[in-house]
Design a protein around this ligand. Structure first.
Ligand code: PLP
Ligand code: TYF
Length: 394
């Protein structure tokens, strides 16, 4: 039986991690996988997380199962963080999931159960796991134009034109903030226009929110999602705690589903529990519990918010430093978009051959589509990257 298996295509981002590890050059620079790193290249455990873990270790008296959809307190805490304290509780179903990826997977399975014919519309480009999971589930997918290769901003008119063609009941996957892989994001008035188009076409938004707090701040990064949640009767939100709580390996995420009324909410809540049971029964609890503790305790929350703000400011400074360094060395403003982009990533707009030259000649690793992880830089490597970019003719 096992011999019948066909080799599967590797994830190009994760494959890059292995390549980087195997490179023995001393000055190599990893701008590949989307993990936050501080100036010394470490991905530290946040102080608030350490404190919560210590408290939990002392207070936890059992590790028995919690509930199929996870602890409702976690769902409520995440709904508050994402949708604000006045979130529409009567319309809200929630389930803890295995990371943000698990939330996306469960959202897609929920969609497939409710409407197997739905086409899921993805931004071009998007995170490679989106199309991969959708095709694995045997669902239909299509793309809407999103990135303007010339300006490296959002091709908004084209996006709106494409979203105008979406059929009623189709699903539009939107990145809530910090678009992966481009770094180009919608403004709030643009979010309002997207909401209006979705309302007109009868499409259902699925928002992937993996970087809340990494762009313009916790509130600003949720503003588009909040606007959509207010405007539309049905909204799915797949959120990850991996990045903003720095708990990657704990696999902590949540799927929020806003239903038009309490009856449909209850039906959806039951289905989310069913879907968790089919896939893995109970979701992991440790990371979710830490998040619930941090969000519910004013001192821990303040500590976490200040650490997250530090992380965000570090990335913003690196963006500005890299844009300035490139401007000074190239005598042109063509890299100004790096300071406009938000989140961990920017798409440089280099060819795969140029990206390969960066790797081969300079030991600088980025994804072949020229996505770079800003957090992989520090004060020493910013000028090194800037010079290498110019040396490679980018
Ligand atoms: N969505 C996007 C766009 C991402 O970049 C990530 C990456 O980490 C995720 C979702 C989910 O992450 P995780 O499953 O590690 O929580
Ligand atoms: O895009 C990234 O780099 C992060 C991390 O299969 C990641 O989202 C990459 C690939 C993957 C899972 C997570």
């Amino acid at each position: 039986m096992l011999a019948n298996l066909k080799p599967q295509a590797a994830d190009k981002i994760l494959a890059l991690m292995g390549q980087f590890k195997a490179d023995d050059r001393a000055g190599k620079i990893d701008l590949g996988v989307g993990v936050y790193k501080d100036a010394s290249g470490l991905t530290p455990v946040m102080r608030a997380v350490k404190s919560a873990e210590q408290l939990l270790w002392q207070a936890e008296t059992t590790k028995t199962y919690v509930a199929l959809a996870g602890d409702p307190a976690f769902g409520a805490a995440m709904a508050g963080l994402i949708l604000g304290p006045d979130y529409p509780g009567a319309r809200l179903a929630a389930a803890a999931t295995v990371g943000g990826t698990g939330a996306i997977r469960q959202a897609l399975e929920l969609i497939r159960l409710a409407n197997p014919e739905a086409t899921v519309w993805l931004s071009d480009p998007t995170w490679p796991n989106h199309p991969s999971i959708i095709s694995y589930l045997g669902m239909k997918q299509a793309t809407y134009r999103y990135f303007d290769a010339e300006t490296r901003g959002v091709a908004f008119a084209a996006m709106i034109e494409d979203l105008g063609r979406v059929a009623p009941g189709d699903v539009v996957l939107l990145h809530g903030c910090c678009h992966n892989p481009t770094g180009a994001n919608l403004t709030l008035p643009e979010w309002a226009e997207v909401a209006a188009v979705l309302e007109r076409t009868g499409a259902i938004p699925l928002i992937d929110l993996a970087y809340q707090g990494f762009g313009d701040g916790l509130e600003a990064d949720a503003a588009g999602t909040r606007l959509i949640a207010e405007a539309l009767p049905e909204v799915l939100i797949a959120a990850s705690c991996s990045k903003n709580f720095g708990i990657y390996r704990e696999r902590t995420g949540v799927l929020l589903a806003l239903a038009p009324d309490t009856g449909v909410r209850d039906l959806t809540q039951g289905t989310l529990a069913f879907l968790n049971r089919q896939n893995y029964s109970f979701p992991p609890d440790h990371g979710a519990r830490l998040v619930t503790m941090i969000l519910g305790d004013p001192a821990l929350r303040a500590e976490w918010e200040s650490e997250l703000e530090e992380v965000r400011q570090t990335m913003l400074r690196l963006r500005e430093d890299l844009a300035r360094e490139l401007r000074d060395r190239s005598g042109s403003d063509r890299f100004g978009f790096l300071a406009q982009h938000r989140g961990m990533f920017s798409r440089l707009g280099a060819t795969p051959e140029q990206v390969e030259r960066l790797r081969a000649e300079h030991g600088i690793y980025m994804v072949s589509d020229s996505r770079l992880n800003i957090a992989g830089l520090n004060a020493r490597t910013v000028p090194v990257l800037a010079q290498a970019i110019l040396d490679c003719g980018i």
